[in-house]
Design a protein around this ligand. Structure first.
Ligand code: HXC
Length: 524
């Protein structure tokens, strides 16, 4: 007698097989490697996704995909999923695509199958107009796959660039990210690194030591503090993995799902008419004294709505997302507390990148100006402060979003033109009565215009002081610029919030047209 299988039994067997395979996929590299991951203070890829995504929203794709290699004993090293978990889900009710490299499987190393899975998710995100979040934790190209894994990186880069300016792309670095792997995050909009457990470098400490003789640890070479503070490669530095994941959710709340949509507006109970009298006293009478621009921003924008980007990089400038009467806005501001808020190479890069991000996602830009100009110096000139400084000008001129400027104090020379002027496209330009809008500082102007007279006078110091006082009196205020229409209105500092809310209300329907062209030549 032959065995007969009822349809019910057959179906149960199929389900048992599927469930066993799924269970194996969930186990990743197995218990030992999961324990090793935890021992390093890191979560597994699935644990991370469970924090990032709304509960029960994750839909996995490609959980059972495996490589088909046999070289280097790879036939014994097949893990369903092949070291990356991909799929889609929701963050605060909004759709996102995600991928998370699983370090417990072959060190998360990047393979052809990984690329195919990530590419599928990238295509799905781009076609559906939804953000993509990548959690990176990988030893780089899977060495056993040779040039296959190099080609695989190229496929990811191609899609990173195709998605740039269409959907938000956020990269979290939650472990090693070395070699070619660093370029995908660098091509995305935002990179978030985790303190002490993540690093990014082209070549690791051993290669650095052998090539240049420099001795550094992985943390010193490419840790979160290095990239958030010095190189500017990371826009955010989180103290823990959970903080990095929560920060990603917060960041997405300021962004639209794609560039044809508007970012969500939230209902706020912070009154649009709220005024803060402290602002009237904030700017010191002595213009050599600093004040904290963050106090201005905190008083003006919706309560607790400011999210600083690139916080520790080029701290002489502040760039941040915030809300004004519930609407997302981008803030660009000088920070008088650091180097008097001067513009230099790094702050130019920081500001211009942020302007372009705001512009592409249709987020209005509000600029607070207190800046003595571009930083003079041999090092700055040699390293191209002209080229980098030009980026700010290019980015403002190119941007079509509503732009409002507020000059709180110094807007001198290049800083006035670059940051706040109507000619750079400010739709509405406000100034506080403490504003000093002038072509150059009084000391320089006195020497330039009256140098000979000062030298020839009986008391050069007194004559110079007289010229400086006269220049200050005549030019170091907002009223000349207001006379000429270069400032639309001089306002009391405390009125700033309601003024900005009203101006933004008007500008929200702003339309701007440009001559069609392939693309401009941004001064990189
Ligand atoms: C294959 C890899 C791997 C890789 C790690 N593993 N990286 N397998 N290819 N690139 C494997 C290890 O063999 C090990 O397997 C497991 O993952 C865990 O790795 P460990 O070394 O035990 O972990 P740890 O001590 O935490 O060190 C992590 C690490 C180290 C610092 C990332 O693994 C490392 O240095 N890996 C190589 C990094 C690198 O040079 N990448 C560049 C590749 S070339 P077992 O089975 O033993 O547990 C490249 C160029 C691309 O990326 C250019 C594109 C344009």
């Amino acid at each position: 007698m032959t065995d007969t299988v009822t349809p019910e039994q057959s179906s149960n067997d199929h389900l048992t097989t599927l469930r066993a395979m799924r269970e194996k996929a969930i186990q990743g590299g197995g218990t030992k490697r999961i324990e090793a991951q935890h021992a390093k203070g890191k979560m597994t890829a699935r644990e991370r996704l469970s924090i990032l995504l709304d509960e029960g929203s994750f839909q996995e794709l490609g959980a059972l995909a495996t490589h088909q290699l046999t070289d280097f004993g790879m036939d014994d090293k097949r893990f369903p999923g092949d070291g990356v978990i991909t799929g889609f889900g929701k963050i605060n009710g909004r759709r996102v695509a995600v991928y998370a490299q699983d370090f417990t499987v072959l060190g998360g190393s990047f393979s052809q199958v990984q690329a195919q899975k990530i590419n599928k998710i990238q295509d799905l995100a781009l076609e559906s107009g939804i953000p993509i979040v990548g959690l990176n934790d990988s030893g780089g190209a899977r060495v056993q796959e040779g040039v296959r894994s190099l080609a695989a990186y190229g496929e990811v880069f191609q899609r990173n660039v195709a998605s740039s300016g269409v959907i938000p792309q956020i990269s979290l670095i939650m472990g090693p990210c070395a070699g070619g792997a660093v370029y995908s995050p660098a091509l995305t909009d935002f990179t978030v690194m985790v303190d002490t457990t993540s690093n990014m470098f082209l070549t690791g400490p051993e290669i650095v030591a052998s090539v240049t003789g420099e001795q550094v640890t992985a943390e010193e070479l490419g840790g979160a503090a290095v990239h958030a503070g010095r190189s500017g490669v990371a826009q955010f530095e989180a103290r823990s993995e959970v903080e990095a994941l929560e920060l990603t959710k917060l960041l997405l709340s300021y962004l639209p799902s794609n560039t044809s949509e508007d970012a969500p507006t939230l209902v706020t109970d912070d009154s649009p008419d709220r005024m803060d009298d402290n602002l009237n006293e904030l700017v010191p009478d002595d213009d050599r004294k600093a004040y904290d621009m963050r106090d201005v921003l905190d008083a003006v924008f919706d309560a607790d709505s400011i999210l600083e980007v690139h916080q520790s990089f080029a701290p002489n400038a502040i760039v941040a997302f915030a809300r004004l009467d519930g609407r997302p806005v981008g803030i660009v501001a000088n920070q008088p507390m650091v180097m008097s808020g001067v513009l230099d190479i790094d702050s130019s890069d920081k500001i211009s990148r942020f302007i372009r991000i705001c512009d592409v996602y249709s987020i209005p830009i509000i600029t607070f100006v207190d800046c003595p100009g571009y930083l003079p110096g041999v090092e700055q000139e040699y390293n191209g402060v002209i080229r980098h400084g030009a980026k700010i000008i290019y980015a403002y001129c190119q941007s079509t979003v509503p732009k409002i400027s507020v000059v709180t104090r110094k807007a001198i020379g290049g800083s006035y033109v670059a940051l706040s002027s109507k000619q750079m496209g400010a739709d509405v330009a406000f100034a506080w009565p403490t504003a000093q809008i002038a072509v150059m500082g009084p000391e320089g102007a006195a020497r330039l215009l009256h140098g000979k007279a000062i030298k020839a006078s009986e008391d050069p110091a007194a004559t110079e002081a007289e010229f400086i006082a006269e220049y200050r009196e005549r030019f170091f205020n907002p009223y000349r610029a207001a006379d000429l229409g270069q400032i639309d209105e001089v306002i009391e500092p405390r009125e700033t919030r309601p003024r900005l809310v009203r101006a933004l209300e008007v500008l929200q329907t702003k339309v701007s047209t440009a001559v069609p062209k392939k693309h401009g030549l941004f001064p990189v």
